[in-house]
Design a protein around this ligand. Structure first.
Ligand code: SAH
Ligand code: SF4
Length: 368
């Protein structure tokens, strides 16, 4: 399905909160009850044209079309099929690209039932944090996504697949915590009763560890889940692969996580990519076990997905299992996914990297 962007200079209707839409209607001299009708067409019936909004007068439809693009995302390509992971690539109004990944039958990784569909959502074009193993950070940072571009990924994935998304992980391209205002505006569209109406408990934000933002989000009233990209249990290991660790080392990060725990009911998740000979020593496992236990956090172990142009490798399966066993022996819940099936073109960020490189928007990334 192609959803052409009518006029890229206009704001997207999918970025309007119920309040801002009501204000617009008032300014336009339209009755207030139109807001509910418009929101229903956009978010519940998920129409892809103004013409489909048949209970609106033609004049209002024309006014809407003059003021708003219907959507911020133009569908570019889909990889994968319904019973596997599907990856959607979207073109933005300025010619940049983002991707979202729909993962069926998520095996209870983020507290969901196994017959559920999870969408992995991007929050930025590129990423400024430069983790050395990650495709999203390889070509640097381009820009933040706005609320319509973030929430619009969920709407578009539902339109394209014809299926309902049950839960979201903000684990696509970008660092969601570095785009917190737009993220929270998007979350209010995603969770709002008149808009997408997904429960906050079904949303997981993943962060590489922005301490002030973690503390700020801890104060947020909604019960959003938090996952931390740890990938190293000590400063010496973590700072080799995650430059952010220099700014907010492990001890400060864990202090912020304790604060999060004091404010929130849900358990934290620690994500730990296993990269051969980089962070996969059994000593790291033992330190990780201690820290996870103290925090009451569960651990998701993710054998590294190879990234084109990078030399990192995943450890052999039996080594991954030994790492997991140390955590389990310490009484920590530790998931390990060994099958590679869920990744088309490996990790998130790669599809966009390929597309933008092919179009000459960015240079082919080099190994750091
Ligand atoms: N910036 C946020 C969210 C996006 S990254 C963060 O870092 O948490 C989402 C997750 O994918 C992170 O845990 C990240 O470390 C992981 N990831 C990145 N590249 C990967 C790769 N090649 N293989 C496996 N996981 C990867
Ligand atoms: Fe950015 Fe997250 Fe990738 Fe690090 S892992 S470069 S923070 S997207």
């Amino acid at each position: 399905m192609k959803t052409p962007l009518s006029n890229p200079a206009l704001p997207a209707l999918t970025g309007q909160s119920p309040e801002s839409l009501a204000a617009w209607l008032k300014d336009a001299g339209e009755p207030a009850f139109r807001a509910a009708q418009i929101l229903e067409w956009v978010w519940k019936k998920k129409v892809t044209s103004y013409d489909a909004m048949t209970n609106l007068p033609a004049a209002l439809r024309a006014k809407l079309a003059e003021s708003f693009r219907l959507t911020a995302l133009e569908h570019s390509t889909t990889q994968g099929s319904a019973d596997t992971t599907r990856k959607f690539l979207f073109r933005l109004h300025d010619g940049r690209y983002v991707e979202s990944v729909m993962i069926p039958a998520n095996p209870a990784l983020y507290g969901e039932k196994s017959d559920r569909r999870t969408l992995c959502v991007s929050s930025q074009v590129g990423c400024a944090y430069g983790c050395k193993f990650c495709a999203s950070g390889l070509a640097g940072f381009a820009r933040n996504l706005d609320a319509s571009e973030i929430a619009g990924q969920v709407l578009a994935a539902e339109q394209l697949s014809g299926e309902r998304v049950d839960s979201l992980v903000f684990m696509g391209m970008g660092e969601p915590m570095a785009n917190l205002d737009n993220l929270l505006a998007a979350i209010s569209l995603i969770t709002g009763e008149k808009t997408l109406h997904l429960g906050a408990r079904h949303l997981t934000i993943s962060t590489s560890g922005l301490v002030p933002q973690i503390k700020k989000l801890a104060e947020h009233p909604q019960q959003i889940r938090l996952a931390i990209s740890l990938h190293g249990a000590t400063d010496d290991v973590r700072e080799q692969i995650m430059p952010i660790n220099k700014k907010w080392p492990v001890a400060e990060l864990f202090e912020a996580l304790e604060y999060w725990n004091s404010k929130k009911k849900q358990h934290l998740t620690l994500e730990y990519i296993l990269i051969q000979d980089v962070n996969d020593s059994l000593e790291q496992a033992a330190i990780l076990a201690k820290k996870a236990r103290k925090l009451g956090a569960k651990v998701n172990l993710i054998p590294y997905n190879t990234v084109e142009g990078l030399e990192w490798k995943r450890p052999p399966n039996n080594h991954c299992k030994a790492f997991q066993q140390i955590l389990q022996n310490a009484g920590v819940t530790a998931n390990l996914r060994l099958e590679k099936g869920h990744d088309i073109d490996a990790a998130c960020g790669q599809l966009r990297l390929k597309q933008e490189t092919a179009e000459g928007i960015i240079e082919a990334p080099m190994k750091r």
